[in-house]
Design a protein around this ligand. Sequence first.
Ligand SMILES: *Cc1c(COP(=O)(O)O)cnc(C)c1O
Length: 358
Amino acid sequence: MSCRFNFSAGPAMLPEPVLKRIQEELTDWRQTGMSVMELPHRGEHFKFIAMDAELRLRRLLKIPDSFSVLFLQGGASMQFSMVPMNLMRHGTADYVDTGIWSQKAIAEANRFGRVAIAASTKENGYDRVPRQQDFLLNPDVDFVHYTPNETIQGVEFASIPDVGHVPLVADMSSTILSQPLDVSRFGLIYAGAQKNIGPAGLTLVILAPQTLEQSREDLSPMLSYRIQAKQESMYNTPPTFAWYVAGLVFEWLEESGGLSGMAEKNLRKSEALYQVIDQSSLYMNPVQMDSRSKMNVVFTLSEPRLEGAFLEAAEREGLCNLKGHRSVGGFRASLYNAMPEKGVDALCSFMREFERTA
Ligand SMILES: *Cc1c(COP(=O)(O)O)cnc(C)c1O
């Protein structure tokens, strides 16, 4: 059955106009006689593509000029290592534990220094984010790390936590570009591309100038923020094609109302789906109201025996990749920027109809 709307958590769907544009330009990028994939990364053509993408991203997120933007590889998972490697100068950090991705980041940071858990919702089964007053922050740590949107548990922070003067580091893999963001509040932001940015293989890192100044100087070049920044993410061959596609996605975002337009649309999408869940006796969302994710809506069925039939019927409707993460089960609908409202409408109608006839 062909997939009409792809609810995958990542790699996730890309905007249709971006895919069309890639197709048009694939074998000959702007009369160069070369595919983007064939352009030398230090040549003028790719330099233009790279700079244009960075500029658009800076405009979209209103990134302060003094901040650095890096286009790296290795995924968000490599940032789990690079962050402590580069930033744990005194060997300590506070981590907020809100689910599987923060746990992975914590496990990695433990290799490089002493990690204190500033707040955890583990005892609540990760059904919420911690409240500001529950944070236990150490004033002398090198940074505080948190995960604004837990892709697997479907919990999201409604606002940026206040961590005083300590640099705040955020894994924004599944929420970046979904709404306007005050980048100046952060010491470092990172995100794997395959959710809301572009194809897998590209990882975005945004660094405050103080973060860069305080990062270590004695690291292997590929793992060093300083060297990657100095070399403008071209210490070696960058993932050129993924960088180009990210640029097209940024262009699409600019033409589709920017991040405030996206935020409105994303809110409407998630509210529509949560409404179906809340009004039903078959579907259940385990997350507390104020912590519900706008990007990853998780749900289970009150009658587990219907799970197989639900998935099959959804796929017959062209609604694909709704299976929840293997570690938590159930279902998950990822509603990133590229998911059109009519995709969510189709899912909502399907779910109502399935419940009615089940
Ligand atoms: C997907 C995801 C990751 C892992 O990303 P990779 O690029 O596969 O390493 C890490 N953190 C969050 C929040 C994610 O959603």
